[in-house]
Design a protein around this ligand. Structure first.
Ligand code: ADP
Ligand code: MG
Length: 703
């Protein structure tokens, strides 16, 4: 048997692709679908029926038994409720398989159990899912069988968004309208639509599943709440890009196949900086689809890991003192005529259209820095942002030498006469080729970096949905484009006006440009001097959603209403409190039922042995010294547990969501840190055979 993987054959095998639509649909119906995908609007009822039947026929041929409206509620993960294709049996007891246009287009899941931030009172818990025709339907295969999944948006009875997809789609529409205006200013009258392209690099950890199941904290919270550092960490830098261990390799091989079948272009794979950490990146594609696909990537990683006796950790900071995981959001803007608006060309100084787009983006990022920061915040990401491994919590833009120089020329003289070139890189070995150098080096420490022909937003947390950050980028760029187009469309002398506008924007907003080391302490001071916001945590950032500028922008471009924003703020506070509460309870549980009993057992054994040793005429000094230290730490642990329990009671008495979240952040988090200290110290002293759960060494180095 050959073990050749037929990528071409299996790619998209489980997706109802355009090609399959062409094959299964009558020509006129296919044309209708194509029109709605490209231009918007609605499919007629008759066409919808035909599409539904074709989709069902295809899915049933492939062995599907159920369909589901697949959606993305505010939990940040996906939701699905399966319906089988069967209908009421006929008189002879035969069932038929059916799927109607109505079922394809609209679903009515009971919405009362999803977070809504008070948008939809439970008594009117109607929610609707609506087919997103722009993201292809696919079949998911797992132990449940094969399920036809229809990507959908999720809204309330009154049309308010209850999910992550609806605002994203609204933002893409707004961005397209405004970006078309910019393209037209430069004579590109054929441009009708502009889409954002998104490529999401996904970091993750893999640990042994048996060991994972021995740790309550990993099971309940996705991260370790206790754990002393292993003797070895990542100090040798020997893991990054290192050879991939066999078990991980076979996981990656399976993962790729599963993803390819789902039409996800899994492209790169490598070991990341921390031990047991890895990364996967697909090829970029249309934003909405890329974000749906990222959800599938995360879900598939977990599933495939299980098959290999592994557990995939997507938490942003599964291990203290070891690098955490992020998700890099590569973002660019492409017209329906194939032009990348972020491509500077060889001589960016002459590319006025590019410079206008760049100036607008710099302005947008500076004006809405808090919103961007907010969009990438998540409970887990608080452990990462601002630590010396991830971008700081301060938003800044990296442009690189070439563009920085162009901006400098524009700001100081009003004109950019030249662009720096990359030149040749000489290897110094006659048999090695000299390499053409990029005009710009990389900077890995910037939260928002220009990387050649795209921006890379590096703040996202690994487990978080990428919908929010992209909604935010789309919205703020749409606003900046709109303001520029409003001015430039009216200008008598376009060349002069565009020149002035670029200079004005860059001059006013260049404070957000920073090409230095974003991890350094001096940058924090420098950023403060420049007046750049530095929002430390997720809860500090929530309010920015409700600022006057934010509400004005989101309402103007019909992305969020004020009440939708208020509901989202409420959901975020709530999510924060609940997540930290679960973590705190888990810590208490592990301390009381595992750590304290283990230490008692060990100290009891030492005490017994000490007596025996002394009775036999030996010295018990080591025993008693150790005993003293252990029991001291044991008392400390007990005190900290009691303090945490007491504060948890107070926290749960607080009613207002915001006040509660702040209490969790300021008090409970601090209590948790304090409890961890003596417990981790104990771990380093207690007999390994008695310690109740696997250590960092066991988890990180034994995969
Ligand atoms: P690196 O780690 O050097 O940033 P990767 O190959 O891991 O590079 O990831 C780069 C990501 O950026 C990939 O998902 C890639 O498809 C994506 N990408 C490349 N060009 C663009 C573009 N023009 N727009 C959006 N994403 C892009
Ligand atoms: Mg990468």
């Amino acid at each position: 048997m050959s073990d050749r993987i037929d990528i071409e054959g299996l790619f998209g095998e489980n997706v109802f692709t355009i090609r399959k639509m062409k094959e299964y649909l009558p020509k006129n119906v296919y044309k209708d679908v194509e029109k709605v995908i490209n231009e918007g609007g609605e499919l007629s009822k008759t066409s919808a029926d035909v599409v539904a039947k074709a989709m069902k026929d295809w899915a049933v041929e492939k062995g599907a038994t159920h369909f589901t409206h697949w959606f993305q509620p505010l939990t940040g993960i996906t939701a699905e409720k399966h319906d089988s294709f069967i209908t009421v049996p006929d008189e002879e007891g035969r069932v038929l398989l059916e799927f109607s246009g109505k079922e394809l287009i609209k679903g009515e899941p009971d919405a009362s159990s999803f977070p809504s931030g008070g948008l939809r009172a439970t008594f009117e818990a109607r929610g609707y899912t609506a087919w997103d025709i722009t993201s292809p339907a696919f079949i998911k295969e797992d132990a449940t069988g094969k399920i036809l999944c229809i990507p959908t948006a999720f809204c309330s009875y009154t049309g308010e968004a209850l999910d992550k997809k609806t605002p994203l789609l609204r933002s893409e529409q707004a961005l397209s309208e405004q970006a078309v205006r910019i393209a037209r200013l430069f004579g590109h009258d054929d441009v009708k639509k502009v889409t954002c392209s998104v490529g999401l690099e996904q970091e993750y950890f893999l640990v042994d599943r048996k060991k994972y199941l021995e740790r309550e904290d990993l099971i309940f919270t996705g991260r370790t709440l206790y754990g002393a550092a292993a003797p070895k960490g990542q100090e040798l830098d020997d893991h990054y890009f290192g050879a991939i261990p066999e078990r991980v390799g076979s996981f990656m091989k399976d993962l790729n196949v599963e993803l390819w079948k789902l039409g996800v272009t899994a492209k790169t794979q490598h070991n990341e900086a921390a031990p047991a950490q890895h990364e996967l990146a697909p090829i970029f594609e249309n934003g909405n689809i890329a974000i749906d696909h990222n959800q599938l990537v995360m879900e598939t990683m977990k599933k495939v890991a299980e098959r290999h006796g592994l557990a995939c950790l997507l938490h942003e900071k599964p291990f203290a003192g070891v690098n955490g995981s992020g998700k890099h959001d590569n973002w660019s803007l492409v017209t329906d005529t194939g032009m990348n608006l972020l491509d500077p060309g060889q001589t960016p100084n002459e590319n006025i259209q590019f410079l206008l787009v760049l100036a607008c983006m710099i302005k947008a990022i500076d004006v809405h820095a808090c919103l961007l920061r907010q969009s990438a915040s998540d409970v887990g990401n608080d452990h990462r942002l601002g630590a010396a491994e991830a971008p700081p919590a301060i938003i800044s833009v990296f442009l690189g030498d070439q563009l920085d120089d162009v901006v400098e020329q524009l700001v100081s003289t009003g004109e950019a006469r030249k662009s720096k070139r990359g030149g040749k890189l000489r290897t110094g070995v006659s048999t090695l080729p000299d390499l053409e150098k990029d005009a710009t080096d990389r900077n890995r420490t910037s939260p928002f970096a220009f990387t050649g022909n795209k921006f890379e937003f590096r703040m996202l947390g690994s487990s978080d949905s990428a919908a929010e950050p992209n909604t935010t980028i789309n919205a703020i760029v749409a606003e900046a484009f709109c303001e520029a187009a409003d001015r430039l469309e009216k200008a008598d002398d376009f060349d002069m006006a565009v020149h002035d506008l670029i200079k004005e924007y860059l001059t006013e907003h260049k404070r957000v440009i920073f090409n230095g080391n974003g991890y350094s302490q001096s940058w924090v001071k420098e950023a403060e001097r420049r007046g750049l916001p530095n929002l430390q945590t997720m809860v500090d950032a929530v309010d920015s959603l409700l600022s006057r500028d934010s509400v004005k922008m989101y309402e103007k471009f019909k992305i969020f209403t004020k009440s939708e924003l208020e509901s989202r703020a409420e959901v975020l506070y709530d999510k924060y409190s609940k997540t930290v509460c679960i973590e705190a309870r888990t810590m208490v549980d592990m301390a009381k039922k595992q750590i304290i009993p283990a230490v008692m057992k060990y100290t009891g054994e030492i005490a017994d042995k000490a007596l025996l040793v002394e009775k036999a005429g030996g010295r018990g000094d080591v025993h008693s010294g150790l005993l003293k230290e252990l029991t001291m730490l044991l008392c400390e642990t007990q005190d900290k547990v009691e303090k945490l329990e007491k504060d948890l009671e107070t926290a749960n008495g607080i009613k207002a969501a915001k006040e509660k979240a702040f209490f969790y952040k300021d008090n409970i988090m601090a209590d948790m840190e304090a409890l961890r200290v003596p417990a981790d110290k104990l771990e380093t002293m207690v007999d390994k055979n008695i310690w109740p759960f696997p250590t960092y060494g066991d988890l990180l180095f034994e995969v």
